[in-house]
Design a protein around this ligand. Structure first.
Ligand code: NOJ
Ligand code: CA
Length: 688
């Protein structure tokens, strides 16, 4: 990764922070103190976005600090509380004076290894306000705000100081007092899983949510609250603030005692609390605010980090055609793996995931069930990896822990060594089940530290990661771009064995979960009803919508989830063969959250368009003015065929080709639960 044109006035320094973090690299903001501390009277400090439209204010009123955010002089976040409560120390919430103020401007452009754009501009103004308790221990808490044209991030810094050493945070007092009873899309505040459907309700009826939480105001302003750079801290959920209408309060995921949220020591830097702001739903998707609030890449040579599409011995396991464990229907046999490799090689798919290759599946739920190095008797890891290499297909390894993270930590070095030895450079990990140590939550500080340790070890071993049952993304892949993708979403698997995901689900994801980062949703099912294996379950889309998901949903490891036999000879496969999974440019052309989405993404001089709808059929007019002016493109259109309907006729798909240019408009006719996928290639190129 190359960092360009850095003009950061703020100094960033590595600092191992809490009592847990021996090895984590974190950026700590060093704030210098202006000599004359202000008197205890009320005071405000203001910082604006580079375009001047967004303003954040840090105020002290009777010693209590608040922050507020406005856009075009209209309130977005009303004055909202800040601070901490500790188990054994007095709260850090009031009695403050402003002890120093530092300002900085950041304008840099950086190049991600993969993602939705080839260049990312990090452009903001920063205000750091050092607050000091006027009496008592005189403890210091600095609040740092960064204001971008597309939103605000703020975080706390507790510097090393005589009055504060080690502590247990029992509550972070951050609130988000919104300016109205907005419409909100939210996923419930489960401490262990994000695998739920989204609710759309008014703000006043949100019961408790995981972030990102996305909303629209009565004036049509789109907002999303999340966090960035979640490192050695507990995940933040949001709950209604007691006694304050239209307000959400931070509630951190606890340790097993249910009381302690963060074991900390100074110097401590919290994750950024983020509020993204846009006029269109698409503004939120096109924003890079979350990534920009993370540290630059720490991996010097990133040449081994390679986005790819992948097949997997996977869907067959979920629909019950094959098994993870050894037996007559074992999926991960050498022969079957080679069959997948052959199919991937023939169709330009870069990788094959193999689940159920290692012993332990028959001991599911037991402690230490997996050793991550012993293959089943009918699977020859070395032979399969060598076979893949010969055919240019990478094998993606699999480490399912069943939640036993503690045991995995003792075995992961040997497991990565094995993969290094045989040549496996990407691994899917999984934490399906309650966490060991018991009582720890997937989204608590202990697990966040665990996920990070595994990520660092993977970076050292040159292994790319796809984490299932993960902590939500918070932009860490800027720093560790081997953190490719993760689940943290109610993905395709639910269609195999539950009532499934309704058609609207994927029209909400780009504006909620995907704002945080890539998601391993695993699209691409063509046999949508798989009646041969299960009668009651199905995928709630048409085939054309499955194709469109490759453009709508971002994942640098993007699965073609169906079985080779269901792809073989299918006219729709051409789109999966062509579609990339990393992009130079992304534009959301049209969207209504929960109803429909149209996204266009560019890779080189080719454009891909994906459009999906909920259960309603629609005809959408799309201007093709994103294409290069003056050029003609061959547009290969994959759309819902005659009579297509997710429920009654999901497999009807129509493929056609037209020649178009930037001045043209395309009408996308989407069936109920349907979609359209279009591949635009300049006509003067040979491969057309
Ligand atoms: C849950 C994961 O989400 C899924 O993809 C995987 O196949 C199973 N766990 C088994 O590891
Ligand atoms: Ca899962």
């Amino acid at each position: 990764m190359r960092e360009t044109t850095g003009t950061t006035a703020a100094q960033l320094a590595g600092a191992p922070l809490s009592r847990l973090a021996g090895t984590l690299l974190m950026g700590a903001l060093l704030v210098t103190t202006t000599p004359n501390a202000r008197a205890a009277s009320d005071a405000t400090e203001t910082v604006s976005s580079p375009d001047g439209r967004i303003e954040a204010v840090l105020a002290i009123t009777a010693g209590r600090p608040t922050y507020s955010i406005s856009r075009d002089s209209r309130p977005v976040i009303q004055p909202s509380t800040l601070g901490f409560r500790f188990k054994d120390d007095p709260p850090l919430t009031g009695g403050f004076i402003i002890d120093g103020v530092e300002r900085a401007a950041i304008d840099e452009t950086w190049e991600p290894v993969w993602g939705s754009a080839s260049d990312v501009r990090n452009h903001c103004n920063e205000l750091a306000v050092r607050l000091k308790e006027e009496s008592g221990r005189g403890r210091i808490m600095t609040v740092v705000l960064r204001v971008f044209d597309d939103g605000v991030g703020f975080r706390y810094v507790l510097p090393e100081q005589p009055g504060l050493g080690t502590f247990d945070i029992i509550s972070e007092e951050t609130t988000f007092r919104l300016a109205g009873d907005h419409t909100v899309w939210w996923n419930r505040n489960d401490y262990d899983s994000y695998e739920h459907l989204f609710h759309e309700t008014t703000l006043s009826t949100v019961e408790g949510a995981n972030t990102p939480v996305t909303m629209v105001t009565a004036e049509g302003l789109y907002l999303s609250i999340h966090e960035a750079n979640l490192t050695d801290y507990a995940g933040m959920t949001l709950v209604p603030e007691e006694g304050v209408p239209n307000s959400l309060a931070a509630e951190l995921v606890p340790w097993p005692d249910g009381v302690t949220r963060v074991l900390g020591r100074t110097p401590l830097v919290t994750p950024w609390r983020t509020v993204q702001i846009g006029e269109r739903p698409g503004d939120l998707v096109e924003s890079h605010l979350i990534q920009n609030l993370n540290e630059p890449c720490v991996i010097e040579d990133t040449s081994w980090i390679r986005p790819m599409k992948y097949l997997g011995i996977w869907w067959s396991l979920h629909i019950g055609k094959e098994s993870w464990h050894e037996g007559p229907t074992h999926g991960a046999t050498t022969a079957n793996a080679k069959r997948y490799v052959d199919f991937a090689a023939e169709h330009g798919i870069g990788g094959v995931l193999i689940e159920g290759w290692n012993t332990g599946w028959d001991r599911w739920g037991a402690r230490g069930a997996f050793d991550y190095v012993t293959p089943y008797d009918d699977f020859d890891l070395e032979d399969v990896v060598r076979y893949g290499r010969e055919k240019g297909v990478a094998i993606i390894g699999h480490h399912e822990t069943g939640g036993d993270a503690a045991d995995y930590e003792t075995r992961v070095d040997a497991a990565f060594d094995l993969y290094n030895r045989v040549g496996v450079s990407a691994v899917k990990t999984g934490y399906a089940g309650g966490i060991y140590p018991r009582g720890q939550h997937h989204h608590g500080q202990w697990m966040i530290f665990h996920y990070r340790r595994i990520l660092e070890k993977a970076a050292d071993a040159r292994i790319m990661l796809d984490v299932h049952e993960p902590i939500k993304p918070t932009g860490i892949s800027r720093t560790y771009p081997n953190m490719m993708t993760r689940e943290g979403v109610r993905g395709m698997e639910y269609n195999a064995w539950s009532e499934g995901n309704p058609p609207e689900h994927t029209t909400i994801l780009p504006f909620t979960r995907m704002l945080a980062g890539p998601l391993d949703y695993t699209p691409g099912i063509f046999d949508l009803t798989f009646d041969e294996y299960k009668l009651d379950n199905r995928v709630h889309t048409t085939i054309a919508k499955q194709l469109a998901l490759y453009v709508v949903l971002l994942s640098p490891l993007q699965m073609a989830a169906d079985l080779p036999e269901n792809y073989e000879g299918h006219p729709a496969l051409g789109f999966i063969e062509r579609v990339p999974c990393t992009w130079d440019e992304t534009r959301v052309l049209d969207a209504a959250i929960g109803d429909y989405v149209v996204i266009a993404r560019r890779n080189g001089d080719e454009w891909f368009l994906g459009s999906i709808t909920d259960e309603e059929e629609r005809a959408l007019q799309v201007s093709l003015d994103f294409l290069a002016a003056g050029r003609r493109y061959q547009a290969r259109i994959y759309r819902d065929g005659a009579g297509a309907h997710w429920e009654t006729n999901p497999i009807s798909v129509d493929v056609s080709t037209v020649v178009v240019g930037a001045e043209d408009t395309m009408t996308l006719e989407l069936a109920p639960g349907g979609g359209a996928a279009v591949y635009f290639a300049p006509v003067n190129r040979e491969e057309n």
